[in-house]
Ligand binder design. Structure first.
Ligand code: FDA
Length: 292
């Protein structure tokens, strides 16, 4: 219920104005969003963590803004070490305008990233963008076979999607939005996550296990062993600001652990999704509204 309310608020321009102008939200924003991406990447790299950097922005409907998003990603690439990844939202690159616009912008980022030995992963967003996401991903893979894509386990067709994505880099997550027909009970989402994970671990692609859930992390490590994958055959991924000690602990055991690091001023919708996952943080949000 609270989660649904927060996700609805994440689309409200009025709430966005209230929240983004309140100084009281600064602490919670800082937890989830890097204020200096270069420093954040350097800090994570120093302790043996890999990064996937994401320039915040989504649901863009003006062509000029989509071009600015590409320019922001090209500038970001200059800050990243080889082996890094960038996470890209196709709605920031123009998916709401057309698949072709999003594809061409994403292809420009993929070309520049490849020249720097950086990979690109396409985030999964609202349910009505998922068909476009996979169509663009399929087209991009012709020239950029290592471009990755996110699968949301809360979608009932996620298993079929994983089966179709044989050989690809796939980031599996639970899903942070709402979707008609999506699994809502935690146990159903977890079961779907594990079924997808079995397909990905047994397949020929590169699984990226994006969760902080201790039980799913244990299952992933067991499946990796059963499927004969060593530490280089898959990776764990977690969000900046979420279970940082666990990120370092897993990396210390020799696992590949990548941290998704978002940055930029357009953080509102991202923050609301993080609050929706963890309503315990809601106090910050409510205090910021009450202060207006
Ligand atoms: P769950 O929500 O059950 O959390 C398990 C534990 O992790 C909690 O008990 C808590 O300790 C900690 N935790 C989780 N979220 C927290 C938070 N916000 N604040 C504090 N602690 C928290 N989704 C999507 O729809 N499209 C996408 O493209 C992506 N991309 C993506 C990339 C990466 C690298 C990650 C890790 C996640 C995503 N997600 C995503 C988000 C994902 O769908 C999901 O909403 C979150 O990861 C939370 O789910 P968990 O699997 O961590 O489990």
């Amino acid at each position: 219920m609270l989660r649904q309310a927060l996700l609805a608020i994440s689309k409200s321009r009025h709430a966005e104005r209230l929240v983004t102008t309140s100084p009281l939200t600064a602490d919670v924003v800082r937890r989830y969003v890097a204020d200096d991406i270069g420093a954040a990447v350097a800090g994570l790299t120093r302790v043996g963590l890999l990064v996937s950097a994401a320039h915040l922005g989504e649901e863009v409907t003006e062509r000029a803004q989509t071009e600015r998003a590409v320019a922001d990603y090209l500038a970001l690439l200059d800050l990243l070490p080889p082996g890094a990844d960038v996470s890209v939202k196709l709605t920031a690159l123009g998916l709401r305008l057309s698949e072709q616009v999003a594809h061409d912008h994403a292809a420009a980022i993929c070309r520049a990233a490849a020249a720097k030995d950086v990979t690109v992963t396409l985030d999964a967003e609202e349910h009505d963008t998922i068909a476009g996401l996979h169509s663009v991903h399929t087209a991009l893979r012709r020239d950029h076979p290592d471009v990755g894509v996110v699968v949301q386990a809360y979608l009932p067709d996620s298993l079929e999607r994983c089966e179709k994505l044989g050989g690809a880099r796939v980031r599996l997550c639970k899903g942070a939005y709402t979707a008609p027909g999506a699994y809502r009970r935690a146990s159903d989402i977890d079961l779907s996550f594990v079924r997808c994970l079995k397909i990905l671990m047994a397949g020929t692609g590169y699984p990226m296990v994006a969760t902080h859930d201790p039980r799913l992390l244990r299952i992933a490590s067991t499946l990796a062993v059963l499927d004969g994958r060593d530490a280089t055959g898959f990776e764990y991924q977690m969000l900046h600001g979420v279970r940082p000690d666990e990120q370092v602990r897993l990396a210390g055991l020799g696992s590949r652990v990548r941290v998704y690091v978002p940055y930029g001023s357009d953080w509102y919708a991202y923050l609301m999704r993080r609050l929706a996952e963890r309503p315990g943080n809601l106090a910050f949000f409510l205090r910021s509204l009450a202060s207006r």
